[in-house]
Design a protein around this ligand. Structure first.
Ligand SMILES: [Mg+2]
Length: 250
């Protein structure tokens, strides 16, 4: 993993600007700083204004773990595509079975977690996010939750996040599949993808030569090619992209 603002990273960005590249972003921890209460996370004003300007020159997309309905209320700049629920919602797939399963798991987990007052179960219709950020012993709570998830049938796909476990129906597209789908749908030959978490590794692990993968925060085990030091560096990246001559302008 190299820092993005090194000669290698800057060269990759320059190449991207010359292609018809899609700029795709995760939301929480990437565009928006993580908030203790997930409902209160929002994009900083400066980031928002840079994205608004960027949208005039580049196709933008958001691929998030949030529900699509939630994302729609949070994205004030023009986006070509919004994809929710870790890559499965917004691509026109039939999701009735996922909704039925999620409702079933939700009822089951509400019962199983009733003694855990520090656990918040967020129902996103097609998947659940089980937050334990406010727990005083997060390690223990995570162990407790994993034992409970073991009891769910069929076995969910578990996507760990930052003090959240995402409980996802198996066999549906992940963020990597969604981005490849968007590349085709938007008629783009390259993409940049920026994410910060385990669910974003589904994109990084594709090792698709068309995708420039960037992680927010260095992590030895990540398969992203580049990293930004922290979430605040997002504005530096957006400003840099705005300065690059694109295929339209050259
Ligand atoms: Mg994230």
């Amino acid at each position: 993993m190299n820092h993005l603002f090194t000669p290698l990273g800057l060269e990759a960005l320059q190449k991207l600007a010359q292609a018809k590249a899609l700029l795709a972003f995760d939301y929480d921890g990437t565009l928006a700083p993580i908030h203790r209460e997930p409902s209160r996370a929002h994009i900083r004003r400066e980031t928002e204004s840079l994205l608004t300007e960027l949208a005039e020159h580049w196709p933008l997309a958001i691929i998030s773990g949030r529900s699509l309905a939630d994302l729609h209320t949070r994205i004030p700049f023009p986006c070509r595509a919004l994809v929710g629920n870790h890559g499965m919602e917004g691509l026109g797939l039939p999701l009735e079975e996922a909704a039925t399963l999620t409702a079933l798991w939700h009822a089951e987990l509400l019962e199983l977690c009733k003694d855990f007052r520090d656990v918040l179960i967020e129902n996103k219709t097609y998947s659940l996010s089980v937050h334990y950020r406010t727990s005083l012993d997060r390690r223990q709570r995570k162990t407790d939750l994993l034992a409970l998830f073991d009891r769910l049938q069929p076995r969910p796909r578990l996507l760990p996040g930052k003090f959240v476990m995402n409980v996802v129906p198996p066999g549906l597209p992940h963020k990597g599949n969604a981005l490849q789908e968007l590349l085709a749908a938007q008629n783009c030959v390259q993409a940049l993808f920026l994410g910060d978490d385990v669910t974003d590794e589904d994109v990084f692990a594709l090792a698709d030569p068309r995708i420039l993968s960037i992680r927010v925060g260095h992590h030895l085990a990540s398969q992203a090619s580049f990293f930004l030091q922290d979430q605040k560096e997002i504005d530096l990246l957006l400003r840099h992209l705005l300065r690059l001559p694109t295929s339209e302008s050259s």
